[in-house]
Design a protein around this ligand. Structure first.
Ligand code: NCD
Length: 329
């Protein structure tokens, strides 16, 4: 199924409010800003003595991860628990799908347990859309990464982190560096940045790691790292997604680091107050030098922290809309 065609009406209700969160594509700038503002209001929950608000009390969230994940799964779990929801973590490798049960049968069983929300990660593009189309109408779906297609909560936590440091998007020049071809993160970030009005979005990669029609996304293409990061405000490094590569895309990791790895010397080409980001997991010495990953420009661990508030906001907005109420602020 083409997730693009399916997303249109599926994600929002007739009032334009969020029902599922499957992709950034097609969402309006106001809605993205509402997510960021709501997340801002939730970020203080982490500083309270009791790190909980009762907003999703009685709601059951099932984490359905068909693909490995540490950060995303655990931050979804922490987010749901801070909203007082009950959380089920399904280890799909040991669950019934590995015994031959179909995905839809697994979903029916979770529905029968009165779950309210599924957070889904799957290696097939379109999996979260497929599930959203086939579950009972009261269920809510959040896409936690589907194949190479989309990773919308990662993009929103990145937008939140950028906004915290830079305030506005409309004067920002941003470079996304590395394996754009296999990256669901890059695709979602490009949609989010252009919807929020970023001044210039660049992608920097060897030809073999860029999708053929990448310019159609409204980005400027660079093949040289120093040129591509010249005078940028934000650098987003991507992981080399070896598990998605079907043939030899690169000569060697050593060669890749030499050409595209971010080092302190190369960082001098960017603006003096440049932010360095990475969705994790980092391959140190492949995408970037440890001195940059742990250096003063890096906001990589802030991204992880911000992921909790942003996921809380998305869950609360979706469930608030289900009950016809406004979310807390
Ligand atoms: C990303 C993913 O899984 O798509 N990571 C993440 O969610 N933190 C990026 C990656 O794996 O490279």
């Amino acid at each position: 199924m083409d997730p693009k065609k399916a997303s249109g009406k599926l994600q929002t209700d007739s009032n334009g409010r969020l029902r599922h969160f499957l992709t950034i594509e097609g969402l309006k700038s106001d809605l993205l800003t509402e997510i960021l503002d709501t997340a801002e209001s939730f970020s203080s929950v982490a500083e309270q003595a009791i790190k909980k608000v009762p907003l999703l009390r009685g709601v059951t969230v099932a984490n359905l991860f068909f693909e490995a994940s540490t950060r995303t799964r655990t931050t979804f779990e922490v987010a749901a628990k801070r909203l007082s929801a009950d959380v089920l973590n399904l280890n799909i490798n040991t669950s019934a799908t590995s015994k031959g049960e179909s995905l839809l049968d697994t979903l029916r069983n979770l529905e029968a347990m009165n779950c309210d929300m599924f957070v889904v990660r799957h290696n097939n593009s379109g999996a979260a859309h497929f599930i959203a189309q086939h579950v009972a109408p009261h269920l809510r779906i959040i896409n936690a990464g589907d194949g190479r297609h989309a990773h919308p909560t990662q993009a929103m936590l990145d937008m939140f982190t950028i906004r915290r440091h830079k305030k506005e998007f409309n004067n920002l020049r941003i470079a996304i560096v590395g394996d754009v071809m296999h990256s669901r993160v890059a695709r979602s970030q490009i949609h989010a940045l252009s919807t929020l009005g970023a001044a210039e979005i660049r992608v920097v990669a060897p030809k073999t790691l860029l999708p053929r029609d990448v310019q159609k996304l409204g980005v400027h293409v660079y093949h040289d790292l120093c040129e591509g990061i010249k005078d940028v405000d934000v650098i987003i490094m991507l992981r080399l997604q070896r598990e998605r590569m079907t043939s030899a895309f690169l000569p060697s990791e050593h060669e890749y680091f030499h050409l595209y790895g971010l080092t302190e010397e190369k960082l001098q080409f960017a603006k003096p107050d440049v932010m360095v980001m990475h969705p994790g997991p980092i391959n140190r010495g492949v995408e970037m030098d440890s001195k940059v990953a742990d250096g003063t420009h890096s906001v990589i661990l802030e991204q992880v922290t911000n992921g909790i508030a942003v996921r809380m906001a998305i869950m609360a907005m979706i469930m608030g809309n289900r009950h016809g109420q406004e979310h807390a602020s």
